[in-house]
Design a protein around this ligand. Structure first.
Ligand SMILES: *Cc1c(COP(=O)(O)O)cnc(C)c1O
Length: 496
């Protein structure tokens, strides 16, 4: 006999299927059910056959095998895993929002266009930019759009610029996006405080430089206070400044990338603006630009005709790079972010940033005092919304690594922090609590970190086998990213 519990591997829904089992509760006496076209019939699609309770239980069990933001603190640094308010889900599920089609004539979807237009205006205000394209489906996708805009701009003004400069602390997607758009990547080192080395930047910038990509606060959670100088180095050389907006939660309502001198800005709606992230996605990575880059934005642009009080789609943009994604992007996600912005208001966004920064500093000050952990760069300086702890002292003393600590945290009911990123910090644990965590949850986290450091000294071997309470323990991370299993058929084939 097998026992089924959250930890027990759940079979595939196809393996649970029983021939002849029926799902819905249809009254056979109702004759009005429309005929399903033969092409779409279940037999041809080979859909699994289960009763409704079996389906519900299957998916509930799957959800219990996972860890989500609804399960507990999810301090995944750089990812801004804040709580996703249910009200935003409700708005995006309204029939007026859900049951429309992107190919409908603009005159029949004025409300939807108004939502997109207003969202664009709000993001433009938050970012300090002229216009925003809502199409990209993620931050990385936004970066690619940004780099394609850089390319289009220099082509249009007749300059051949081939290089993009990126600091060594940057997110991996920055390097990939620049390379995908055809640029040569030039990496510059960070200085001893973990910030951009301005002299190294000056030396790297030339008339070959197309752009510099930067996030501010940077991935260490530290504000680049020399940003004005950085911006003039780039602009004096005729190059552009790209803002990786993943860390906007650290400055929202306080300062704006546009005011710092950035020409292109991406927003991660699934980070800063609270739409679901990862498996709960899809995401959205809108891109804002300053005036001089506006002509190159993807089509269509949503325009508002004040006299007629009408929204319309502007495809007549001769310098546009074309499209970066079908239609207008992930519409339902955009509606969730719009609902979030309306709920928060300007003062709410500012307060979110203040509490996110306060929570991060509270954790930083508590955690760096636990023997075994330290903050490498500028430890005394207040951080913004996140910070990077190094577990190197603990490793030297006990052999227990940052990965071991991250995995053990799962047994305490916390998601693991981001680890081994950014690569400039050895044994990095990147921690971002966000504003949605109460102090009690932060204190529980500190307590867990203390217990883990003590366990590392007492019983490192057990720790190295953690986690014990999850549906799977240590996975082969290299194989998981080198050989992803993307369909259930592939899974079944490889499991044999
Ligand atoms: C998350 C992140 C990205 C990429 O965004 P996605 O939406 O995950 O594609 C880029 N830069 C930084 C600093 C990030 O944290």
């Amino acid at each position: 006999m097998t026992y089924r519990q959250a930890k027990y591997p759940e079979p595939l829904v196809f393996e649970l299927s029983q021939s002849e089992r029926e799902g819905g509760f249809f009254n056979p006496e109702i004759e009005e059910i429309p005929e399903i076209p033969p092409k779409l019939r279940r037999e041809r699609l080979n859909l699994p056959r289960l009763s409704e309770p079996e389906v519900v239980r299957h998916y509930v069990r799957l959800s219990q095998m996972n860890f989500g933001i609804e399960s507990g603190l999810y301090p995944l640094g750089s990812c801004t895993m804040k709580y996703n308010p249910r009200a935003c889900e409700d708005f995006s599920a309204l029939p007026q929002v859900r049951d429309i089609h992107p190919l409908q004539d603009a005159s029949t979807v004025q409300g939807a266009l108004e939502i997109l237009y207003r969202l664009e205006r709000m993001l433009a205000e938050i970012g300090g930019v002229k216009r925003v394209c809502l199409q990209p489906a993620a931050g990385a996708h936004g970066e690619l759009l940004g780099m394609l805009l850089v390319r289009a701009y220099f082509k249009d003004i007749g300059e051949n610029r081939t290089e993009v400069v990126i600091p060594d602390s940057a997110h991996g997607t920055n390097f990939a996006s620049a390379a995908m758009a055809g640029f040569r990547v030039v990496v510059i080192p960070s200085n001893s405080t973990g910030r951009v080395d301005v002299e190294a930047l000056r030396a790297a910038v030339s008339d070959r430089t197309a752009a510099f990509m930067l996030t501010n606060p940077n991935t260490l959670g530290l504000f680049e206070h020399e940003i004005k100088e950085i911006a003039s180095i780039l602009h004096d050389a005729g190059a552009l400044l790209y803002y990786d907006g993943a860390n906007l939660n650290g400055i929202m309502g306080k300062t704006r990338p546009g005011d710092m001198g950035f020409d292109i800005v991406h927003f991660n709606l699934h980070k800063t603006f609270s739409t679901p992230h990862g498996g709960g996605g899809p995401g959205a990575g809108p891109v804002g630009v300053s005036e001089k880059l506006e002509p190159y934005l993807p089509v269509p642009i949503i325009q508002y005709d004040e006299d007629k009080d009408k929204y319309w789609l502007d495809y007549n943009r001769p310098k546009s790079i074309g499209k970066i994604r079908s239609f207008f992007g992930n519409f339902a996600v955009l509606v969730k972010a719009y609902a979030y912005l309306l709920m928060m208001g300007a003062s709410g966004l500012k307060e979110a940033t203040e509490v996110a920064v306060l929570n991060a500093n509270y954790l930083k000050e508590k955690l760096r005092r636990i023997p075994g952990f330290e903050v490498r760069y500028d430890p005394e300086a207040p951080c913004k919304h996140e910070f990077v702890l190094s577990a190197e002292p603990l490793k030297r003393e006990t052999g227990v690594t940052a990965r071991d600590v991250a995995k053990r945290l799962l047994d305490f009911g916390f998601h693991a922090p981001t680890y081994y990123f950014p690569p400039i910090v050895p044994e990095a644990l990147m921690i971002e609590p966000t504003e949605t965590e109460p102090k009690e949850e932060l204190d529980r986290f500190v307590d867990a970190m203390k217990q883990i450091a003590e366990e590392a000294r007492r019983d490192p071997e057990t720790l190295k086998r953690a986690p014990f309470s999850t549906s799977v323990s240590r996975i082969d991370e290299v194989r998981a990213s080198r050989r992803p299993i993307l369909s259930w058929k592939q899974f079944v084939r490889l499991r044999k």
